[in-house]
Design a binder for this molecule. Structure first.
Ligand SMILES: [Zn+2]
Length: 330
């Protein structure tokens, strides 16, 4: 049903177009080709990668579960044909704790100067400080969605890149220490930059000197049933054309019930620092609930962020859109 609609839509567009005949033919050729050439995203595979992370337990920096998951992620990227770099960083948390952080990087087509950066955070929050039950406020979260889902989708993308290389260069970065930000009740001065410590470190110490990417895409909380991805405002400010590109592609694929073409809120997330410090125009595909108290889903920073909240349909919508964007880049 949706495919038919899209076909009709394209035909109508073509027939109304004022472009020359040859340009029209080129457009049609591209439209015909991209479905053939873009690999099919497996949501089963992505789901299993989320499950695998959750099976380690909470991935809080300086714990053995965190160390074990780091090894798993680096091994998987290598298995999927990426050139792997593990960037170690001692970063200082808001409370003075030194976090032994690892940014895990998988690169494809390293000779290609046209590069796309895909990223997600892989650590999980040490405290369920938004749980309805105050007894849980010091319990680490499982982070199936908050952390796990973005990484799961990118691991499945990496598996596909290993099977069929995109034309452009790709760098996947799993950033660490995103979710160790100061709790609301932490009485101290400036805690605004206490989140996203791994991406801040990388932005100041790129794994390759003078590293450049055309643009970046961050995935965060991309696993909930009926997730809504609004146009996050930092993304629209720094990289509107990328938001347009991704949301247009999602609509063409029939996913506009997930990718809502309306403004969302402004979210402090890894893409903020990749935009401001690294100078790479980057967007955040992030689940927002515009009318909830926190702005996020009810699972957010609670003990309920478990596999029960992960829906393969949502992973599929995000992963399929991402592959179509990436494989159409030249
Ligand atoms: Zn979080």
């Amino acid at each position: 049903m949706q495919n038919i609609f899209i076909l009709v839509f394209i035909l109508v567009l073509s027939s109304c177009s004022k472009t020359t005949k040859s340009a029209n033919q080129t457009d049609r050729k591209i439209e015909q080709n991209y479905d053939v050439e873009v690999p099919v995203f497996s949501s089963d595979s992505a789901y299993s990668f989320v499950q695998k992370q959750v099976d380690f337990g909470p991935r809080v920096p300086n714990t053995k579960e965190h160390a074990a998951c780091a090894e798993f992620l680096a091994e998987k990227l290598a298995q999927f044909g990426a050139e792997v770099t593990v960037q170690k960083a001692d970063v200082r948390a808001f409370d003075g704790t030194i976090l032994k952080a690892k940014n895990i990087i998988g690169s494809y087509n390293t000779d290609n100067e046209t590069r796309i950066l895909l990223f997600a955070h892989w650590d999980t929050r040490p405290w369920a400080d938004y749980d309805a039950n105050p007894d849980n406020h010091n319990t680490p979260i499982l982070g199936a969605n908050d952390g796990g889902s973005g990484v799961g989708v990118l691991l499945e993308a990496a598996r596909q890149f290993g099977l069929k290389k995109p034309e452009v260069g790709i760098d996947i970065i799993f950033f660490d220490a995103e979710d160790y930000g100061a709790p609301d009740n932490f009485a101290n001065q400036n805690t605004a930059d206490s989140w996203c410590l791994g991406s801040q470190y990388w932005a100041r110490n790129k794994h390759i000197p003078n590293y450049r990417a055309k643009y970046g895409i961050l995935l965060d909380m991309v696993g909930a049933s009926n997730a809504k991805f609004y146009r996050e405002q930092i993304s629209d400010y720094y990289a509107k054309y990328v938001v347009d590109k991704v949301w247009d592609k999602a609509a063409k694929l029939g996913f506009s019930n997930y990718f809502i073409n309306q403004p969302g809120k402004t979210i402090t997330d890894d893409h903020l620092y990749i935009n401001q410090l690294a100078g790479i125009p980057s967007i955040d595909i992030i689940h927002q609930e515009l009318h909830s108290e926190t702005g996020f889903g009810s699972f957010w920073h609670t003990v309920n962020d478990t596999m029960d909240g992960i829906d393969k349909n949502t992973l599929n919508a995000v992963g399929t859109t991402l592959l179509h964007v990436v494989y159409n880049e030249k």
